[in-house]
Design a protein around this ligand. Sequence first.
Ligand code: MN
Length: 262
Amino acid sequence: MNKISIRGTLWIASDIHLGENVPRTAQAFYEFLARARRDADALILCGDIFDAWIGDDHALRRPPAWLAQAIEQLRATAQAIPLWLAHGNRDFLMGPALVQALGARLLTAPTHLDTDAGNILLAHGDEYCTDDVHYQRFRRVVHTPWVQSVFLALPLGLRRAIARGARARSRQARYRKTLRIMDVQPQAIERALREAGCTQMIHGHTHRPAVHDILVDGRAARRYVLPDWECDQADPVRGGWIEVDARGIRLIAQVPPRDPPD
Ligand code: MN
């Protein structure tokens, strides 16, 4: 497990799903990044920052305009405050070349955070959806190092087609799955908290922002769920983040309001 220590005000966001067809979501997120550079001491983007990731080379060599802009925004943020990118279930192929180009750092697994609000277990969340047996099988395969190496060695066009196919299949499968199957599994959460020795947890992935009070071995614990970002299709728009500081952990489930012009 990763272990990082962060003092001061930490902001955490996830599930922005940046891609070529979400200009309003991207704009809201870039306003959030500008606020983070000003108001936060550190930022963690906890997975599914991008709707798909087919290789660092694609992003760094000749990125399409939307991706070039995303990279520029992340780079500007990493220059101002420490920035960590964590893997989600869609952008798990973000690699060392990307974070090096950004001046950011990569979290590849659940992370033990030491903060001014105490110890927190941080994860994307898909690893706790253990009732979704099909997804967990897919996850094991695509997290196998040799499978990733083979995929990343394929020509870009082929990688793009495979990613598109996987997205379509996952969209199809969602119709057959119940909401319970797609949520985190309580025992998996308890096990993770027990193993990490934490009573606080933050994760995203389920798109169900909330604060849950739970019991782990008779001890009170709290699970915070990050919102997803959607400002192109959704009305009202969705977005938000979690703020961690000496006063505690707060869920802010709203798109950052536009700053008034100076
Ligand atoms: Mn996700």
